[in-house]
Design a protein around this ligand. Structure first.
Ligand code: DX5
Ligand code: ZN
Length: 218
């Protein structure tokens, strides 16, 4: 199975957002990865509803919204209204993760949980059967363009085992520092969705780079 590719709009040229989104629409990208940062959960602020709504005006592909915010439960419905198809909250940001997952599903969106590099995937043991996706952070969230953390390979294996043992349908998404070099091994270990920001947008030909990632072989 070929992986799903979710380019991260965070690395795009915000002064030319319309043409960047049109490029993604033309490309083999499956989803648009939307990074929301609040300056609290992560030491950076990205963008919010108005920018997301602007992207949505030109996007027909699903919006994969990665919430790097504290108290995400306060904003789930608004992100859904702004066009989110998949909403991922961080396990580290949720005191009542089970409730927040149900809240996401009640909006009709797919529910994802993101885990930081230090967080064991075993923390998801009792919710994995309810999840549509787990986003494994392969960098510490907050910035694009960081170096891939090698321990991610081992985490994909643990997560895959957990998914199988609980009969879960959750997809495994890998986010941070993904490129043409690490993509084949990530897929080999069991990744289903690859997020890529700087590797796509800083390449000479983003459409071709997306196609290359899509064709990464196991
Ligand atoms: C990091 C974000 C990532 C980031 C990926 O906090 O969650 O989605 O945009 O960017 P690259 O591919 O440049 O690491
Ligand atoms: Zn992300």
């Amino acid at each position: 199975m070929r992986p799903l590719i979710a380019p991260s709009v965070l690395a795009s040229d915000f002064a030319n957002l319309q043409s960047e989104v049109e490029m993604l629409e033309k490309s083999q990208a499956d989803w648009l990865h939307i990074d929301i940062m609040d300056g609290r959960f992560v030491p950076n602020i990205s963008f919010g509803f108005p920018v997301m709504e602007a992207i949505k005006r030109y996007a027909t592909k699903p919006m994969d919204v990665h919430l790097m915010i504290v108290e995400p439960e306060l904003y789930i419905e608004r992100f859904r209204t702004a066009g989110a198809d998949i909403i991922s909250v961080h396990v580290e940001a949720c005191n009542h993760l089970h409730r927040t997952i149900q809240q996401i599903k009640a909006t009709g969106a797919k529910a994802g949980v993101a885990v930081n590099p230090h967080t064991p995937v075993l923390l998801l043991e009792d919710v994995i059967a309810d999840l549509d996706m787990v986003c494994l952070m392969s960098v510490n969230p907050g910035f694009g363009g960081q170096k891939f953390i090698e321990n991610t390979y081992r985490k994909i294996e643990s997560l895959k085992n957990l998914i199988i043992s609980r009969n879960s349908q959750a997809l495994i998404e890998v986010d941070g520092g993904v490129n043409e070099q690490n993509a084949p091994l990530l897929l080999d270990k069991g990744a289903d969705v690859l997020v890529a920001g700087s590797f796509v947008f800083s390449s000479a030909d983003p459409i071709q780079t997306i196609a290359d990632l899509k064709n990464s072989s196991k």
